[in-house]
Design a protein around this ligand. Structure first.
Ligand SMILES: [Ca+2]
Ligand SMILES: [Ca+2]
Ligand SMILES: [Ca+2]
Length: 310
């Protein structure tokens, strides 16, 4: 089911190259049970009672030429905007913690305190002779530091929100993403031989995907070690990262194809109101409605006004 696939995608947090794309409000999600049933119940309730709210989203936010037909272009434009808005919203939640006075100048120390909030003193990560229990934190720290130096204002080493966004979502900016890959590669190349060994690679990716390493034989599969020398150079590493971290273009393309397959009934390459309402549940499982969260928000507001039972 698409929603669950989406959730598993959200839950795979690739650090330090960040794929922490969380399209839904995580605070809300954590409070709710993530089993299928409540989700389906919610979809049914939203679809049975409020399909006009769904159409309203299309009518007011997506159908930019007001012809009551949603073209593929209008859909794609909206998805781009939607992702960026959600990313920005997510970033601002972090900014509220780091820069509570809204100065639009974020200090590296404040950012570090937020990332490593479980450490009493983040300065210890500067220490070269830390025990192994700090290894992972140090690698992450190294990457963040390099990224910060690369992007910060040269006079006071602060970042404005616009630049801070690039640290949080490097995959949206090819130059930043490439730089992020280089510093990540270096941080995990513990013996500085310009290759990632199986162990170094596992240090980096252990929470991600071990299936591309035959652990018993301590060997990479051909899928990742393209020239079969049992070590990864930077290019192999970058190719692998592009496979595991979907670009925004890919995400949008997947979403578009999903909505064409499920809901474009006459295969005209566009959607009219009846196609959208007939396939309401599919749209609830789509980024278009932020996986139904957008309608739920509307619903909650209405509930408080009109006492509708959800
Ligand atoms: Ca249109
Ligand atoms: Ca190495
Ligand atoms: Ca290789």
């Amino acid at each position: 089911m698409k929603f669950l696939l989406f959730l598993s995608y959200v839950l795979i947090v690739l650090e330090p190259i960040k794929a922490d794309i969380e399209y839904t409000n995580t605070e809300n999600l954590q409070k709710e049970e993530l089993s299928e049933k409540p989700v389906l119940d919610l979809e049914n309730k939203l679809c049975n009672s409020k399909t006009e709210d769904l159409w309203k989203i299309f009518e007011t936010k997506i159908d930019t030429n007001n012809d009551s037909v949603i073209s593929v272009n209008e859909l794609e434009n909206y998805l781009w905007k939607k992702i960026k808005d959600l990313h920005y919203e997510e970033m601002m939640m972090q900014v509220k913690r780091i820069d509570p006075q809204s100065t639009n100048k974020i200090k590296f120390e404040s950012y570090l305190k937020d990332i490593f909030d479980y450490l009493d003193d983040v300065k210890i990560l500067e220490n070269e002779n830390l025990s192994d229990e700090y290894k992972e934190m140090k690698q992450l720290y190294k990457i963040e530091k390099e990224m910060w130096i690369h992007l910060a204002n040269s006079t006071d080493q602060t970042l404005d929100y616009e630049t801070f966004y690039k640290i949080i979502f490097p995959e949206e900016f090819p130059e930043i993403e490439s730089f992020n890959e280089v510093v990540t590669f270096k941080a995990y190349d513990s013996d500085n031989d310009s290759y990632l060994s199986v162990q170094e690679f596992l240090d980096y990716s252990k929470d991600v995907d071990e299936s591309i390493v035959n652990i018993v034989k301590n060997k990479f599969t051909k899928q990742i070690d393209l020239n079969s020398d049992n070590k990864l150079d930077l290019d192999e590493f970058k190719i692998w990262n592009k496979q595991v971290i979907s670009s925004l273009g890919q995400i949008i393309n997947d979403e578009k194809n999903y909505l064409i397959n499920c809901c474009d009934e006459d295969k005209s390459g566009s959607w009219i109101r009846s196609e959208i309402e007939n396939n309401c549940e599919s749209f609830m499982n789509s980024l278009i409605t932020n996986y139904s969260m957008d309608l739920k928000e509307n619903f909650k507001t209405k509930k408080s006004n009109t006492k509708v039972e959800l």
